[in-house]
Each structure stands twice: as structure tokens, then as C-alpha cells.
Design a protein around this ligand. Structure first.
Ligand code: FAD
Ligand code: FES
Length: 258
């Protein structure tokens, strides 16, 4: 983990409410692994000066470029959207335990909204292609599906209002696929309800399910305990509190005590 001064090279509107930032951050880009995140100090943010955590959406160790995909939800993300290119900012990273990259079956990635960010980075680094299951409230929350297809991934979409793909939750197409081919390994990032549902399916089918948790964070370096999650040790069943920032954000389904 490094603290670095990164330069904002580009801000791109991806879809309504979603942006992609490109930074020049070679020290982080050279070490980044899928599932890790960066902690960004948003400049001139008086109401709350805490850093904001964002998954690494992509990283190019050759060019030194680091990419973050985010949704505008409050002060920090609004401020990020207004910054001019060339702005320097402090970024800490890469932080946390990444996704493992050795699936024992077909990789099934499950995400929605900005949860697709670490899954894209993961899709570019996994040794085999699989299926992206992407869900959201409406079509506007379904991001980057063409990019996954171009990379050779199958994409199955579900929206709650039926505006794109099948109508309902992302677990519907996931269940269909698991019924056809239960020899899969699951990787998910999104809201707790979705993670819990994906984790239950991993346990039910006796396969691994890697879940990236999204907790409110303060320090991002394991010191403040703002981000704790109850987990159980596999084998013994002993329960303890883990810090999502440094012990996660990725946990195996069986570890998490919901
Ligand atoms: C490991 C990790 C990875 C993340 N990756 C991404 C990402 O790739 N893209 C992205 O858009 N967001 C990501 N988030 C969430 C992101 O950190 C928050 O959306 C952001 O900090 C909000 O900042 P803000 O100042 O705009 O919002 P605030 O003004 O602080 O809050 C606005 C609203 O957002 C909610 N919020 C704040 N922090 C979080 C959080 N951690 N999770 C969920 N809701 C939150 C608040 O409760 C409030 O309702 C990630 C969070 C974690 C912990
Ligand atoms: S955010 Fe401080 S310990 Fe995780």
C-alpha cells in the first residue's frame, strides 16, 4: 500500500449518474489486483474531509493509469465530478485482499451498478472466461455489458422494472445457470442483499463464492474499526470481527456471519 499524489487525467460520463476517472498513478497501477480498492482524498471537501473508498476498476502497469468507476451519491462523489483534469490528489492504495484468480469451475461474476467495477478488472485477469450476471433497478444501472462481451464473456441481465433483460432480481438468471452448470465459482460485488443471496447459492451448491463487501470506512488502513464485519473461521466455526478494509473487502461466503 502506497500513499501517492495522483494526477487526474480524464473524467468520462459513462451513464446517467456514473462516471469513470482516469488517474496517472503508476505506483498503485503497478501493484493493483482485482478486488482491491483505493482510498481517495477528494480535494477541497470541507463538509467531510475523510477519504472515500473506490474499487479499482482497471489498472495498466505499463502506462501507470488507474481507473475508478463511481456513482454520484453525495458530497464527495459530486465534488469528484466537478474537478478539472490536471488536479492532483492524494490516493492511498492498493488496499485489501483481492479476489483469488484460480477458479475451479466456470467463473460466474455477479454485480450491479458500481459493483461491476471490480468485476471488470477481475474479468481482464482471470485465466478463463465465464458469465457476467448483472442486475439493477432499471436499465440505467446496467453498465459496461458490451465491454464484457467484447472480451468474450457471456452477459445475462436482469432489471427489477423489466426495462432490460429479464424482469426481476439477478439471482433468477444465476439460478438458471447454476441449474445447467453447477460447476462454477462465484464472484460478487454489490449491495448486501445480493451478496447474501449469492453466498447462499455458493453454500447450497458446494462451490466457492467470493463476496466483496461494501462498508462505510474511515481510516482504510485497519486502525479505526469503523468497517468491522463478523466472520467465522472455516473449520472451527469460531467467530470474530474482521476489518473489511484490510482483512477484506473480499471474503468467502462461508466466512461471513450475516
Ligand atoms: C471497498 C469499497 C469499494 C467501493 N467501491 C466503489 C466503487 O467502485 N464505485 C462507487 O461508486 N462507490 C464505491 N464504494 C462506495 C463509495 O465509497 C461511496 O459511495 C462514497 O464514499 C460516497 O461518498 P460521498 O461523499 O459522495 O457520499 P456521502 O455524502 O458520504 O454519503 C452519501 C450517501 O452515500 C452513502 N454511502 C457512503 N459511503 C458508502 C459506502 N461505503 N457504501 C455504500 N453507501 C455509502 C451514505 O450512507 C449516504 O446515503 C465503495 C465502498 C467500499 C467500502
Ligand atoms: S476503515 Fe478503519 S479499520 Fe477499516
Amino acid at each position: 500500500m502506497k500513499e501517492t499524489t495522483a494526477t487526474l487525467l480524464d473524467i468520462r460520463l459513462l451513464a446517467q449518474g456514473y462516471q469513470v476517472l482516469t488517474f496517472d498513478a503508476p505506483e498503485i497501477a503497478s501493484q493493483a489486483q482485482p478486488g482491491q480498492f483505493v482510498h481517495v482524498q477528494v480535494p477541497t471537501l470541507e463538509p467531510s474531509r475523510l477519504r472515500r473508498p473506490f474499487s479499482i476498476y482497471d489498472a495498466d502497469p505499463v502506462s501507470g493509469k488507474l481507473y475508478v468507476l463511481y456513482k454520484v451519491v453525495g458530497f464527495g462523489t459530486q465534488r469528484l465530478s466537478t474537478l478539472p483534469t490536471g488536479t492532483s490528489m492524494q490516493i492511498l492504495g492498493p488496499i485489501g485482499k483481492p479476489f483469488p484468480l484460480n477458479p475451479s469451475g466456470t467463473p460466474y461474476l455477479v454485480g450491479g451498478g458500481y459493483g461491476v467495477a471490480p468485476l471488470w478488472f477481475l474479468a481482464t485477469r482471470l485465466p478463463r472466461k465465464g458469465v457476467l450476471f448483472v442486475g439493477g433497478r432499471t436499465a440505467a444501472d446496467i453498465l459496461e455489458t458490451e465491454r464484457f462481451k467484447t472480451l468474450g464473456w457471456e452477459v445475462r441481465v436482469a432489471t427489477q422494472d423489466g426495462s432490460l433483460g429479464v424482469s426481476g432480481l439477478v439471482t433468477a438468471p444465476l439460478d438458471e445457470a447454476l441449474a445447467e452448470n453447477p460447476s462454477a465459482e462465484l464472484y460478487a460485488c454489490g449491495p448486501d442483499g445480493m451478496l447474501k443471496a449469492v453466498g447462499e447459492r455458493a453454500i447450497q451448491h458446494g462451490i466457492k463464492g467470493w463476496l466483496s463487501l461494501d462498508k462505510h470506512m474511515v481510516c482504510g488502513i485497519g486502525a479505526c474499526l469503523a468497517c468491522v464485519q463478523k466472520i467465522r473461521k472455516e473449520g472451527t466455526g469460531d467467530e470474530r470481527l474482521a476489518r473489511v478494509c484490510v482483512d477484506g473487502p473480499v471474503f468467502e461466503s462461508r466466512e461471513i456471519v450475516w
